[in-house]
Design a protein around this ligand. Structure first.
Ligand SMILES: NC(=O)c1ccc[n+]([C@@H]2O[C@H](COP(=O)([O-])OP(=O)(O)OC[C@H]3O[C@@H](n4cnc5c(N)ncnc54)[C@H](OP(=O)(O)O)[C@@H]3O)[C@@H](O)[C@H]2O)c1
Length: 312
């Protein structure tokens, strides 16, 4: 396992983090029980993973708390809460404070290393700074939170408007962004400023859906061609990423996707969301194979760099 300095937090973290949300939710999204989910966490610890991401909204904080029992001191723990309810009502400072206290209780910890505002919208940004930041600062003074983070909504903010502001203004220590084969927008919209401000960057959704499943990939490419977003001549719809996979290239589509994210300049941690320990092991090995070959990267940028696909 590689370890990196997590931007201006100064913490050392594994370059691969275990994500406990997404479709997988440690396998529980596909029917696994909590015992099996804890096994995934234990295997991640054995493999040297020290970064674990959860959220109030995933319903996995309690299981993460269980899985990390006895290992907490070597771990960097990340969680999140929304600044607004589903109906758009913004949380008051007191309500947000309750979210933090709930997370501490569910995670069975006295301190959260990175507390994110979850899927913050650009329209909520000013409110977050004026009303939520004082709560975060109070919790930091009380030793309950170490660093502040923010994650975007990949479906509602595919062009990274909120994170472009967060990166430029430097309010947060950590940001979580979508970056994948069909949305490489953060390279120009976000990373130049996170690098300038030494903000730690986590990648979510690098291999979800079409980026690890060839069937879904073909369907996504057919749709992009039909929508006029991909030029037919530039891709083979039967095997659109065939040029990335094979001898001298990545071994699988998932490997190509994770290597693309892991070696993008400015990225610190790639989150892997899985309920399958074999996938976890494969993904760690994949990312140890280094950056994609230069010619492959050039093609990925040339053919797909203009896309802003909202969700895998
Ligand atoms: N806005 C936000 O704040 C936000 C949004 C999304 C995600 N996140 C965070 O980011 C984490 C990662 O995102 P993600 O869940 O989309 O994860 P991801 O790692 O990009 O994709 C996970 C999907 O890929 C599959 N997969 C993983 N490795 C594979 C392999 N080697 N071969 C084939 N399929 C493979 C998984 O299925 P298996 O279970 O079968 O392996 C799962 O369906 C989340 O868990 C969460 O912590 C945050």
């Amino acid at each position: 396992m590689d370890y990196v300095t997590f931007g201006r937090t100064g913490m050392s973290v594994s370059s691969i983090g275990l994500g406990t949300g997404g479709a997988s939710r440690l396998g529980m999204g596909g029917g696994a029980d909590e015992r099996q989910a804890v096994e995934v966490i234990h295997r991640a610890l054995e493999l040297g993973i020290t970064y674990f991401d959860t959220a109030k909204g995933y319903g996995t904080e309690a299981v993460v708390g269980d899985g990390l029992r006895g290992s907490r001191e070597n771990i960097v723990l990340s969680t999140k809460a929304y600044a607004s309810r589903d109906d758009g009502t913004l949380l008051s400072a007191a309500q947000f404070r309750e979210e933090i206290e709930d997370s501490l209780r569910l995670l069975r910890t006295e301190m959260i290393d990175v507390y994110h505002l979850h899927r913050l919208a650009l329209s909520e940004y000013d409110y977050a700074i004026s009303e939520i930041f004082p709560v975060l600062e109070r919790c930091r003074e009380e030793g309950k939170i170490r660093f502040f983070g923010v994650s975007e909504s990949t479906s509602q903010d595919a062009d990274h408007a909120m994170l472009a502001r967060a990166a430029a203004e430097g309010d947060f220590d950590v940001i979580m962004t979508g970056f994948n084969l069909f949305n490489q927008g953060a390279r120009t919209r976000v990373f130049p400023d996170t690098i300038r401000n030494n903000i730690a960057v986590e990648i979510m959704g690098a291999a979800r859906g079409p980026y690890s499943n060839p069937e879904l990939l073909r369907a996504a490419v057919r749709q992009l061609i039909a929508d006029g977003k991909l030029v037919h001549d530039s891709v083979d719809p039967r095997d659109p990423l065939g040029f990335l996979v094979g001898p001298g290239h990545a071994a699988t589509l998932a490997e190509a996707s994770y290597r693309l994210a892991r070696y993008e300049p400015g990225v610190h941690v790639v989150l892997v969301g899985t309920g399958d320990v074999d996938h976890l092991e494969q993904n760690i090995l994949s990312m140890q194979r280094g950056p994609l070959p230069d010619d492959d990267l050039d093609l990925v940028r040339e053919r797909f760099g203009h896309l802003r696909v909202t969700r895998g």
